[in-house]
Design a protein around this ligand. Structure first.
Ligand code: PMP
Length: 386
């Protein structure tokens, strides 16, 4: 009886879902949000299909015990696929950690500051916040900065005044707000390199072996908010953490328990796993890189020739993921954001510290979205360029 009832409900749901499907995809906008951000439509549809009944379990992944075999398979498979996509060497652990980026700002010094010294390269707000947080635990040195020109470039990092006692050198690889990216890694003079890769996670291949820690909040390129994925070289996972470091803020707790010491954000991990599968299906990170370069070029080429809009970043340091631009007139910027929104291009307002506009064009933004945006910008230019 119960089974019959469940089958009826699911069938009915499917029917309603099919009816709504066309309407649903029709009403989706082009979402240029910096994060949480656009996810692949295919992934969202698959998750919707599995919402009520995950692979015949009769329940949603949200309702499932994190100790169940079904969830164990989900997290194991997610890790396996991520390792494959990023070609992560065997001497690195993959940890799924709660608390997002800000918790990593604290976990890095708490776990790595043996000499109580961290060197930071300040290329934007997120690097600065990490630096400020590190000061709670020891000496944080700002060894380079691009604050003098509103973080519109990456400073020369070939010969930095690295502290001989530095436990690590910290960078934010892609600066979400300002739209810059390191095309060359800093010379750390032999010190461990730690990188925040939140806004360029899985956008192109990366040589993991050059880093001690790579961490990224998943809410931009990988999944819904709720997890930071930490890729950490095993020798950096020790008991020797700062005194008073809580259990949940020790990398070792996650490493020793395969990220299941306590209840993890199960649904976020499941969605990340789906995005990893999507990326594999798309052809992996080399293909994503080509695709992202193509998308960014469409926008940058237009900005470079536009009589109204211009990019705010030094060309050599431009990000493939976050593209800030302005008209030079705040009122016109506001009008553009408003009209763009009405036309279905949403979340284009720049960060409050930069103003203007910012288009975040993560993996899941289709090329058609960028083409359509540029077309819209062209029309706006025709009306407003002097
Ligand atoms: N690092 C980068 C590069 C970010 O873009 C952000 C925020 N979007 C953060 C860190 C902070 O992340 P969270 O909001 O998860 O703390």
């Amino acid at each position: 009886m119960v089974t019959v009832h469940a089958a009826w409900t699911v069938t009915n749901h499917e029917k309603r879902y099919e009816e709504k499907e066309e309407e649903l995809s029709m009403s989706r906008v082009y979402n240029f949000s910096a994060g949480p951000a656009v996810l692949p439509e295919e992934v969202l549809k698959e998750a919707a299909e599995e919402m009520l009944d995950y692979k015949g379990c009769g329940m949603s992944v949200m309702e499932m015990s994190h100790r169940s075999k079904d969830f164990q398979d989900i997290i194991d498979e997610a890790e396996k696929d991520l390792r494959e996509l990023m070609n992560i060497p065997d001497n690195y652990k993959v940890l799924f950690v709660q608390g997002g980026g800000h918790v990593q700002f604290a976990m890095v010094p708490m776990n790595l500051m043996k000499n109580k010294v961290g060197d930071y390269i300040i290329t934007g707000q997120w690097a600065k916040k990490a630096y400020t947080e590190a000061k709670l635990f020891g000496t944080a040195n700002a060894v380079a900065s691009s604050a003098d020109r509103t973080f519109s470039y990456i400073p020369d990092c070939s010969d930095l005044p690295i502290d001989e006692n530095a436990d690590y050198v910290y960078i934010c690889l892609n600066n979400t707000i300002y739209g810059t990216v390191y095309h060359e890694l800093p010379n750390t003079k032999g010190k461990t390199l730690v990188a925040d890769i939140s806004s360029c996670f899985l956008s192109e291949p990366i040589d993991v072996s050059k880093f001690g820690i790579l961490w990224g909040g998943v809410q931009k390129n990988v999944g819904p908010a709720g997890v930071a994925i930490v890729i950490i070289r095993e020798d950096l996972i020790t008991e020797d953490v700062l005194p008073g470091t809580p259990t949940m803020l020790r990398y070792k707790t996650y490493a020793d328990n395969d990220s299941l010491f306590n209840t993890p954000p199960t649904y976020t991990i499941y969605m990340c796993g789906k995005v990893f599968k999507w990326l594999k299906k798309m052809g992996g990170l080399e293909v994503m890189k080509e695709r992202n370069e193509k998308k960014a070029k469409i926008l940058y080429d237009f900005l470079d020739e536009s009589r109204l809009f211009r990019g705010t970043v030094e060309k050599k340091d431009r990000s493939l993921m976050n593209v800030p631009f302005v008209t030079g007139d705040e009122e016109l910027d506001a009008l553009f954001v408003k009209e763009a929104k009405a036309a279905g291009f949403v979340n284009l307002k720049g960060h409050r510290t930069v103003g203007g506009m910012r288009a975040s064009i993560y993996n899941a933004m289709p090329i058609e979205g960028v083409e359509a945006l540029v077309e819209f910008m062209r029309e706006f230019e025709k009306k407003h360029a002097k």
